[in-house]
Design a protein around this ligand. Structure first.
Ligand SMILES: *Cc1c(COP(=O)(O)O)cnc(C)c1O
Length: 387
């Protein structure tokens, strides 16, 4: 690997060799349209908008700089920034299916990925099968002649199960199927799915790429041919446009991505180890704990882990879960994750009716950038209240 492939170069230098007025910080091109010096230049831009600045619903220089850096981080030819993680997922799947096609998807996927397949694409007669996906054979068993896309998320939302990405991609390509992965959890600092054979990587940039819980964005990375196809179809048609200010905030967040991720990793591991030995805790679901059933795969496939994991309390009493959650002082009670701050999300919080027995005690934590010993003391205090 050359130093020009290193995040240090990509995040601090790439694409910034000739900024206007020798500025060190890239300008925000807050413009909707771009002008042309001649009929011919105008004509060329209209003929291939994916490679020109014509209108900010297509491309914009601030947006393009963020895309260039994310593509380089993911070792992809090209990337497209979009207005949310959900729109990245939707565009990446919808651009490659039509009525009568079939998608194989990991069972414990992000909730809006499930809704896209179950409700939305169902309307257009795109079929789907959900698989547990702990072995590559699960995916192959679900493949049909009309399967066009295999959709992965490793680790899975809330349950933190991994997929063997390389084995699945090899199998999929034997059948001529595209592989899409939601790699928001690992970030390109710890995992590069494209080097394992994946076709398209999607991220919610609202999480670690932004890193400060102050923006909503998504990104799709892949081959130039696939990204240009998405640009000309779902991206432009659905108008899932990233605005220049949001792209600038992502660029600002990206400056410290390679510094933040190892801190989230080490702190999460420290907190996970603490929880694992606590008498009120039943189990901890973090891929880099040796007790995780796929620890070997985690170590083989990723360079590290992020700050997000789940654990199960021993209690099945919602009242005790509430007491624990309300006693936390270093954790904010909120959805989402990936910012500087620690967060707690008890799964029980989103049920309006009866809560399934195995979900009552499931609690998700995001370990932020606070001192890890302060975080542990806070958890220790809250756990002491539900003995
Ligand atoms: C948050 C999240 C998304 C959705 O991203 P938005 O930016 O909120 O639309 C998708 N996948 C995963 C794994 C997420 O955590």
């Amino acid at each position: 690997m050359s130093d020009f492939d290193d995040p240090s170069y990509i995040l601090h230098h790439l694409g910034e060799e000739a900024l206007p007025m020798n500025a060190v910080s890239p300008p925000i091109f807050q413009t909707s349209i771009f002008c042309f010096g001649s009929f011919d230049e105008f004509h060329d831009a209209l003929a291939a908008e994916e490679n020109h600045y014509l209108y900010t619903r297509g491309n914009n220089p601030t947006v393009r700089l963020a895309e260039q850096k994310i593509a380089a981080l993911e070792k992809a030819e090209k990337a497209k920034l979009v207005s949310s993680g959900v729109s990245a997922i939707s565009a990446a799947i919808m651009a490659f299916v039509r009525s009568g096609d079939h998608v194989v998807c990991i069972k414990d996927c992000y909730s809006w990925t499930r809704t896209l397949l179950v409700d939305y694409l169902h309307k257009f007669k795109v079929e789907h099968t959900f698989v547990d996906g702990v072995s590559a054979a699960d995916f192959e068993a679900a493949v049909r002649p009309n399967t066009r896309v295999i959709y992965l998320e490793s680790p899975t939302t809330l349950t933190f199960k991994l997929q063997d990405i390389e084995a699945i991609a090899t199998m999929a390509h034997r059948h001529g199927i595209k592989v899409v992965i939601d790699s928001t959890w690992a970030t390109p600092i710890f995992l590069n799915p494209i080097t394992l054979g994946v076709d398209l990587v999607v991220h919610s940039a609202s999480k670690y790429m932004g890193g400060h819980s102050d923006l909503v964005a998504g990104v799709i990375a892949g081959s130039a041919a696939d990204i240009d196809h998405i640009f000309r179809t779902e991206f432009q048609q659905l108008g899932t446009v990233p605005d220049p200010m949001m792209a600038w905030l992502i660029l600002r967040g990206l400056r410290t991505l390679a510094v933040r991720m190892p801190v989230h990793y080490q702190s999460a591991l420290h907190v996970a180890r603490y929880l694992e030995q606590h008498p009120a805790v039943e189990s901890v679901l973090y891929p880099f704990l040796p007790s995780h059933p796929q620890y070997d795969l985690a170590v083989r496939q990723m360079r590290g882990g992020s700050g997000l994991f789940s654990f199960r309390l021993k209690t099945r009493d919602v009242g005790k879960v509430r007491t624990f959650v309300d006693a936390l002082r270093m954790f904010k009670r909120a959805v989402s994750w990936g910012g500087y701050e620690s967060l707690v999300y008890p799964d029980a919080v989103h049920y309006t009716g009866p809560i399934p027995e195995d979900r009552i005690s499931l609690v998700r934590l995001h370990i932020g950038l606070e001192d890890k010993d302060v975080i542990v003391r806070d958890l220790d205090n809250a756990l002491s209240l539900i003995k």
